[in-house]
Design a protein around this ligand. Structure first.
Ligand SMILES: Nc1ncnc2c1ncn2[C@@H]1O[C@H](COP(=O)(O)OP(=O)(O)OP(=O)(O)O)[C@@H](O)[C@H]1O
Length: 265
């Protein structure tokens, strides 16, 4: 596993969040939330509905403002204080797979994968075609999928196409928003294996929002649990089973299904 580097030095943390406070109007979403994402790990973000998993993702990506705290990505200064040029440099090293794949319906898979390339790289079309086909193969799609439109693909294939687009610029961090939701258990397990193999081969840091206990135990190095407006528990999945430390964690990880999966893994 190759850890991300900054000016030649290995980075310990891919993301560092400190003292984050965020409101929507009068609704407090995060209060003094801190979280470290280790370089080269697969981190699951879990928590009940409405605890802010998606808001945290969008906040890290700089898509939502916040009132206090800091977000550092790949050894940068606080993301919010970066110049436009510095932000673009970081953004190029980050890939995102949104929940529904967020593909453009009027573009083929190949064209979808090329969207970030067109935005950030100045390459001849032939080179972009070759690169996009490579990414499409990397996520386990057949070459014929490249020329299909999203509506012509199964849900699992759309997720893979979205992942190919997230990998378009060879990112160092990949954010996945519920990557296995809507997939049958076999498709979900195959997608988990794909993520793990890409993470190992490319040395990626993976930040994955998930409700899927199978995924958490199969591929995640650590889990961070959101509740009560901050991260209430983080650690290896088995550590959370042994020592839940919070009622939601106990209910989720130590219920019958959690215990069964933990026992089998
Ligand atoms: N743009 C917005 N404007 C106002 N409130 C918002 C906005 N986006 C999210 N919220 C609120 O922030 C809270 C956290 O929402 P979020 O979508 O992050 O939850 P979640 O943990 O991802 O939930 P789920 O697991 O159900 O997807 C919710 O109360 C939601 O209503």
């Amino acid at each position: 596993m190759t850890a991300p580097q900054l000016n030649g030095a290995q980075l310990e943390y891919a993301i560092r969040i400190r003292g984050l406070t965020k409101h929507f109007g009068t609704q407090l979403i995060f209060e003094n939330l801190s979280l470290d994402v280790h370089a080269g790990e697969i981190l699951a973000i879990a928590g009940g509905s409405g605890t802010g998993k998606s808001v945290l993702l969008r906040t890290i990506l700089g898509l939502l403002p916040f009132e206090a705290g800091s977000v550092e990505i790949l050894g940068s200064s606080d993301f919010a204080s970066l110049s436009k040029t510095e932000r673009v440099k970081i953004e190029r090293q980050v890939g995102v797979l949104f929940q529904d794949g967020a593909l453009f319906s009027s573009l083929t898979v190949l064209q979808n994968v090329q969207v970030p390339m067109r935005e950030h790289l100045k390459l001849p079309l032939k080179t972009m075609d070759a690169l996009a086909l490579l990414k499409i193969a990397m996520v386990g799609l057949p070459p014929s999928a490249a020329y299909k439109y999203p509506s012509e693909l199964s849900g699992g294939m759309r997720k893979r196409a979205g992942l190919a687009r997230a990998l378009a610029l060879d990112p160092r961090i990949v954010f996945l928003d519920e990557p296995t939701s809507g997939l049958d258990p076999i498709g979900a397990a195959a997608f988990d294996r794909l993520i793990q193999s890409l993470q190992r081969t490319l040395g990626l840091t993976v930040y994955m929002i998930t409700h899927d206990l199978d995924s958490i135990f199969a591929v995640c190095d650590r889990v961070a649990v959101l509740a009560d407006k901050h991260v209430v528990r983080e650690g290896a999945p088995m550590d959370l089973v042994r020592d839940p430390g919070h009622p939601w964690v106990r209910e989720y990880f130590c219920g019958e299904r959690g215990r069964q999966i933990a026992k089998a893994s």
